[in-house]
Write a protein that binds this ligand. Structure first.
Ligand code: GLN
Length: 296
């Protein structure tokens, strides 16, 4: 049984033989870990440490050295304290691509894949579309778009320098850096005056009073990427008010919204002179995306 209460042994080369028998197998290690974390988490952490695919764990015949055992114990401890798995292994998958994630960026959510899919549909037929991703975070939306839209030019902006650092790293990792320019800006404030075919955003949308009530794991994520003000709608107000100046006639503004926000966001669009305002349901039948076109 792995004892997470004990502090790490101070001597570097002390063998953890008191915790693990010599020549322990992956299967045995995972079985032990399951006392504290899910099997899936244990598999993902161990395969990361050994540099093998998850499926390869059970036929792994290499030596599991002390370094790996030690790190595995630390990972299990972090996981039981609520640290998201993606921050522990420093990466996640989005739209089939790998993205580095650090606590400076929100972990890309599966719902946001739908936002990317709908954006791809929206610009279908537009030649060499110019797209703005506001609050790009890890760069997941911007980078995924370059993979599915030919000849697009994308600007990804964020108020956080640290987030842009991660986004740039991800663009290089996914060979998308030639198609994206990253800009440090608080929404539109420091952006050059350009007209876009599409502005896309997954802004912070959690109502400030609700943040404390979210599950433990979310407390490891950057508050700046989650907190949408008192009613969660602050960023939609600013985005919708200012985006007309940055959209071509009939250009799209497409946003992800919280589970109960679509109707209010649609009202904001209406008040600002947008047309063809509609919501899109996600796979849980939640109105997850609101999209509209600028009247011009
Ligand atoms: N979807 C995130 C959550 O699960 C919120 C993301 C956001 O604020 N844009 O809380």
């Amino acid at each position: 049984m792995i004892n997470t209460k004990n502090p790490e042994p101070k001597t570097e080369n002390r063998t953890p033989s008191t915790e693990y028998p010599a020549h322990i197998s992956c299967l045995q290690l995972i079985k032990k870990a399951q006392a504290e974390v899910t099997r899936l988490d244990a598999e993902i952490m161990l395969s990361y440490l050994l540099g093998v695919q998850r499926a390869g764990l059970y036929i792994y015949e290499g030596n599991i050295n002390n370094e790996v055992l030690k790190k595995f114990r630390i990972f299990i401890e972090e996981r039981t304290e609520g640290r998201p798995l993606q921050y522990i292994i420093g990466k996640t998958e989005f739209m089939g691509y790998e993205f580095a994630v650090t606590p400076d960026v929100l972990i890309p959510r599966p719902e946001t894949e739908l936002l990317v899919e709908k954006a791809i549909e929206a610009v279908k037929g537009i030649k060499a579309p110019v797209i703005l991703d506001l609050g790009t975070g890890s760069g997941n939306i911007a980078i995924a778009l370059t993979k599915f839209i030919t000849d697009c030019k994308i600007i990804g902006s964020d108020i956080s320098k640290q987030a842009l650092f991660v986004a740039k790293r991800n663009a290089r990792l996914n060979q998308a850096d030639a198609d994206i320019e990253f800009v440090l800006s608080d929404l539109f404030e420091d952006l050059a005056q350009t007209k876009y075919n599409l502005i896309i955003s997954n802004p912070p949308y959690v109502a400030s009073p609700h943040i404390r009530g979210l599950k433990k794991e979310i407390s490891f994520e950057p508050r700046i990427a989650l907190d949408g003000g008192q009613d969660g709608l602050d960023f939609y107000r600013r985005l919708i008010k200012d985006s007309g100046r940055f959209l071509i006639k009939e250009g799209f503004l497409m946003v992800e919204v919280g589970f109960d926000q679509a109707d209010e966001v649609k009202t904001l669009f209406k008040k600002s002179g947008f047309i063809n305002i509609r919501h899109i349901l996600d796979y849980n039948h939640i109105k997850r995306i609101v999209v509209a076109q600028w009247i011009g």
